[in-house]
Design a protein around this ligand. Structure first.
Ligand SMILES: Nc1nc2c(ncn2[C@@H]2O[C@H](COP(=O)(O)OP(=O)(O)O)[C@@H](O)[C@H]2O)c(=O)[nH]1
Ligand SMILES: [Mg+2]
Ligand SMILES: [Zn+2]
Ligand SMILES: [Zn+2]
Length: 1019
């Protein structure tokens, strides 16, 4: 092993420690430090530091420790995490004074029974090792309060742990199938982390853990478990503040109740508790599913449904009027459960209109855990292709979990019958296809007394429905009665207060009603947006009533002829004067509500004049004249970068949805908006311009600016979020690539380079790659220009250096700062769900008498997160809290406080002019923003440092360190305690199209809302 720079540095530190008689030696690195900074070997001289009490060797590349270490008998703290040790040297068991031992993230497989000698051990951290068992003797470590074993190789919970009754923190992983009942004996536990295991159940004895504050059964980044339900006993944990269930296959009702906790401003986990308690009270298994009929128009869907229902008075006839939007029949079918005697499965039928315009919006109602009947008519020849399209659409929207029965109609009355290749379908769609079946909905089958093929089809449906994962999930009977009464009301829409009244009549509390509303919305029974201030007062009890209204817009020829422009004064035409016989006519008091909902559904966006909306599905076919085309050269001083999203399938509606979601950047030119059926041209202020266009199954993105990376990143995240939101079935089946820059003849080369692969080749040492199309060699670094992996700390360093010199020197400085802000905020997007992320601390004015900073109250100042305009919340009485917290709490928040301050200082110079424009000319001065930052720095410098523990081992892939992340969690817990309903935050949460949340002040929040009038009168 060569003695690198790090070794020389270590020698120097040891010498210095010897001279000064220091008791602490820190030879650690940050987990992501470059290899050359890491030690591969320790100087033997370290053994001379016999006075050492604390030694930190974490995040090096040590494969062994020198024997001379044995002499450090005074050690109380030893951290060797993040190295390459395969075994623990024997002498460590001789360090009798150790109270902290961290061996995390080493490939250690075993611990000796001699661990019992370390009787003073308080904290033993061994996450990310290869441990699969613990010696029984560990039970003798009765002082142990923290045992961290997450992400190891445990298949079985080591029984010795049960004897460690003083444990406060316990984590363990990663293959556990169950937790022992005896876990209830660890009554001092405050934190239990068992994410990333295979647990499906939690013993009811969990309720004995009366002090438990944090229970992590899942983790969005690292992994969850296999929980589909939770025991009621969890509700008895009265001290519980954090419950993480991310990445578990929760049943739909439980998932919805859990999501509700994050979406509203509830105290603790009120909706989840309400749901779990309701199950405990009076619940029965629920056997219900959605039956979704899809297929082209006129193939016989509506007739088939009638045949299935067998209603005599409504018997199917020749010449059904065609369906607009969707018809929902909640009591369509009750079929005998195939295996359970006396149990009936209830199916709610969703019968869709087949018109092409609906293709985009119908997908919304394709949900998981439904049974699909894909209907076709074999007398037409072109069927196979269309069946593929429908199957693809279902798979894109729902994923492989979808279950489809393919049904052909007219089997008795048809003349020439087309055949389909069943084996081929089965091969391509696998388990998705439950079966094939033939019916004739108009020809009676004498033996069964039903229409031809219907009796068998019912059996097929019952069998497939019975296998859906939610079948038999528990549901409270009072909740069910309230639900059924509401759904049977004749009104399509009621006030939320009326919804609650009905619930109350069935004995549901307010929180029960909230939770039920959330659940019914998630399952598609109603439409109710509880977290939208403008929509939460209304409940749509009949989604089909709303779908039809949207459908009339999509089917409206005049709007199509106006290229999507829908002025408010035309709404009466569309919604009342339409020519569809027998369909609802909507009166004008509904229009503002509909317009808002259509924005929610990404169908249209509001134009800035506040008098019209733009329906993205109706934009012109032809590409308008654009300021530039990707084939042209970029102007001097500007750069243009290109990226392509190559998709294995073509998701319907990608372009219109993208038009709506990027409408903040829409460009108007000579009264023409620059968008068309296949693409759009966008402008993002100083961050440049972009052209987006779909060409077959490739979505092309070009961005041009002094520093185009930022705008490209915005568009990239918007596209990714659009795909993940709408087409889970496409996840993993699209790739981002750089196009080959070569021009052949007049045409751009069709060669593509996968960005992910390019990065790998570069790390492997390749510098060029040959294009498969044009055979020309390309430089990998040049191809990757603009797509380098974003490391926020490197980004920050670069920005700071430039700011220190002269601001304007680096091209696109504003874009770089904006991008740094976006990347950083995205890294904490998950935390942002629960609370704001920007704050500063300052001393409380009246507290100067007390000299110790930990005895004086501090003030916490929240900041508005508006993009490029970040500012302290200044509204009277809002956004400021007095903090009287323990030293422990301050130590926990400290790393994040300093992180947030760094972020605010970086964005402050570009935010200042924006603030003065948005508010009034002097806002930065009157609010004393610089002073805010100065005071915050004073505090941050004085804050105690948290103990640096690599809790998760080497799992810190994301941009926040573990300490910083605990900091923001501590902050949110504080806010939850002091202001449970978030009434005094002065900030409102808004979801962004890039997958993040922004907490905005009232003014910024209002400015973001679409300008829809409260009243739209008919002409
Ligand atoms: N003979 C016969 N006619 C059918 C059958 N299914 C539907 N039809 C007729 O085909 C037409 C279209 O049916 P409809 O159910 O409205 O199709 P949808 O648009 O898919 O809902 C109607 O005139 C039906 O009477 C069938 O199985 N046999
Ligand atoms: Mg129909
Ligand atoms: Zn090429
Ligand atoms: Zn603001």
């Amino acid at each position: 092993m060569s003695r690198n720079q790090a070794y020389i540095e270590a020698e120097r530190k040891i010498r210095k420690a010897l001279q000064s008689g220091a008791t602490v030696l820190d030879l650690s690195n940050k987990w992501d430090a470059p290899d050359e900074d890491k030690l591969t070997e320790l100087p033997e001289t370290i053994g001379k530091l016999t006075q050492l009490e604390s030694l930190n060797l974490s995040n090096n590349q040590l494969t062994a420790l020198p024997e001379s270490l044995e002499q450090l008998a005074q050690l109380t703290q030893l951290n060797i995490s993040g190295n390459q040790l395969k075994t623990l040297p024997e002498f460590i068991y001789g360090f009798r004074n150790l109270n902290y031992l961290n061996i995390a993230s080493n490939p250690i497989e075993e611990i000796s029974h001699k661990i019992s000698h370390l009787t003073n051990l308080i904290n033993f951290t061994a996450g990310g090792t290869n441990l699969k068992s613990l010696p029984q003797e560990i039970a003798e470590l009765q002082n142990l309060n923290t045992l961290w074993l997450i992400n190891c190789e445990f298949y079985v919970f080591p029984s010795a742990i049960i004897n460690l009754v003083n444990l406060v923190t316990l984590s363990i992983g990663k293959h556990l199938k169950e937790l022992p009942t005896e876990i209830g004996k660890l009554t001092n536990l405050r934190k239990l982390c068992v994410f990333n295991n295979d647990l499906a159940q939690i013993p009811p004895t969990i309720s004995n853990l009366a002090y438990l504050e944090e229970l992590e059964l899942g983790d969005k980044y690292i992994g969850g478990n296999k929980f589909t339900e939770l025991p009621f006993e969890i509700c008895q944990l009265s001290k519980l503040k954090t419950l993480d269930l991310d990445d578990n296959p929760l049943n739909p009702a439980l998932q919805s109740a859990y999501d509700a906790c994050q979406e509203g401003s509830y105290e603790g986990y009120a909706p989840l508790w309400a749901y779990l308690i309701s199950l405990e009270l009076n619940a029965e298994p629920l056997y219900e599913a959605k039956l979704v009929l899809v297929g082209e128009g006129n193939v016989g869907k509506t007739t088939l449904l009638k045949a299935l229902k067998g209603t005599t008075e409504n018997a199917p006839r020749q010449g059904e009027p065609t369906t607009h939007g969707v018809e929902i029949d909640r009591h369509a079918l009750r079929l005998a459960h195939p295996d359970k005697d006396g149990v009936e499965v209830q199916l709610n039928a969703w019968d869709f209109g087949g018109q092409d315009v609906y293709r985009v919006t119908h997908q919304f109602f394709f949900s998981k855990r439904s049974l699909y009947l894909l209907v076709w008519e074999p007398r037409n020849n072109v069927q196979q292709g269309r069946l593929d399209e429908w199957l693809d659409m279902i798979r894109l929207r729902v994923g492989d979990e979808a279950r489809v029965i393919i049904i052909s109609t007219h089997c008795k009355s048809g003349g020439h019958l087309a055949r389909i290749d069943k084996a081929d379908f089965q091969r391509r769609y696998g388990d998705m296809i439950v079966g094939f079946h033939e019916v004739d909905s108009l020809v009676l089958d004498e033996t069964s007394g039903e229409m031809t093929g219907i009796a068998e089809l019912k059996k097929l449906i019952a069998a497939a429905a019975a296998k859906l994962p939610q079948m038999g999930m528990g549901f409270n009977l009072a909740w069910k009665a309230a639900r059924d009464e509401l759904l049977d009301l004749p009104e399509p829409r009621i006030a939320y207060s009326a919804f609650c009244q009905t619930c109350a009549a069935h004995g549901l509390s307010e929180i029960d009603a909230d939770t039920l509303a959330h659940l019914m919305h998630d399952l598609g029974y109603i439409v109710h947006y509880a977290d939208d201030e403008n929509l939460r007062e209304d409940v749509v009890l009949k989604p089909e009533w709303l779908t039809k209204a949207i459908g009339f817009v999509l089917e409206n020829r005049a709007t199509a002829e106006r290229e999507g422009l829908l002025p408010d004064d035309q709404l009466y035409q569309v919604w009342h004067e339409h020519g569809f016989a027998g369909e609802p006519r909507y009166t004008s008091e509904l229009y503002p509500f509909f317009l808002r909902l259509m924005e929610k559904y990404d169908v249209c966006y509001r134009l800035l004049d506040g008098k019209a909306s733009l329906v993205a599905q109706h934009v012109p076919q032809v590409r308008p004249e654009l300021p530039w085309f990707p084939e042209d050269d970029a102007p001097a001083k500007l750069r243009r970068i290109a990226m392509i999203c190559a998709m294995e399938e073509d998701p319907p509606g990608l372009v219109p949805w993208m038009i709506v979601r990027t409408h903040d950047y829409a460009v108007n030119q000579n009264s023409h908006r620059l968008h068309w059926q296949k693409g759009m041209f966008l402008r993002h202020g100083a961050h440049g311009e972009a052209m987006l266009e779909k060409r077959d199954r490739e979505f092309h993105l070009y961005a041009q600016a002094a520093w185009p990376e930022h705008f490209m990143n915005v568009l990239h995240s918007t596209l990714e979020k659009l795909i993940t939101d709408n087409w889970p079935g496409l996840v993993g089946r699209y790739r981002f690539a750089v196009p080959c820059p070569e021009i052949i003849g007049n045409q751009a080369c069709k060669g593509r380079f996968n960005i992910h692969a390019l990065r790998e080749f570069l790390t492997d040492g390749d510098s060029t790659i040959r294009c498969q199309e044009c055979s020309k060699k390309q430089s990998i670094t040049e191809l990757l220009m603009g797509f380098e992996e974003r490391d926020t700390s490197a980004q920050l360093r670069e920005i700071q250096e430039q700011v220190a010199q002269a601001r304007a020197q680096l091209a696109g400085m504003d874009s770089r700062i904006a991008d740094y802000f976006m990347a950083t905020m995205n890294a904490i997007a998950n935390e942002a769900k629960r609370g704001p992320r920007l704050f500063t601390l300052r001393e409380h004015k009246v507290s100067l008498l007390k000299t110790d900073i930990f005895k004086r109250p501090l003030e916490l100042q929240l900041w508005c997160e508006a993009e490029g305009c970040q500012h302290p919340v200044t509204d009277e009485g809002l956004g400021v809290y007095t903090v009287e917290q323990s030293r422990e709490w301050l130590a926990a928040v400290a790393p994040y406080a300093s992180f947030a301050l760094k972020l605010l200082k970086t964005v402050a110079p570009i935010a200042a002019p924006a603030i003065n424009t948005f508010f009034d000319g002097k806002a930065t001065e009157t609010w004393g923003i610089d002073k805010h930052l100065e005071l915050a720095k004073e505090i941050v410098d004085k804050l105690p440092e948290g103990i640096k523990i690599a809790e998760h081992g080497d799992l810190q892939r994301d941009r926040l360190s573990a300490a910083e992340r605990s900091g923001i969690l501590a902050l949110h817990r504080f806010l939850k305690d002091i202001d449970p309903t978030q009434a005094k935050l002065g900030l409102h949460r808004v979801a962004t199209y890039t997958g993040d949340y922004r907490w905005l002040c009232k003014q910024h929040y209002d400015a973001q809302q679409p300008s829809i009038p409260d009243q739209i009168l008919p002409d």
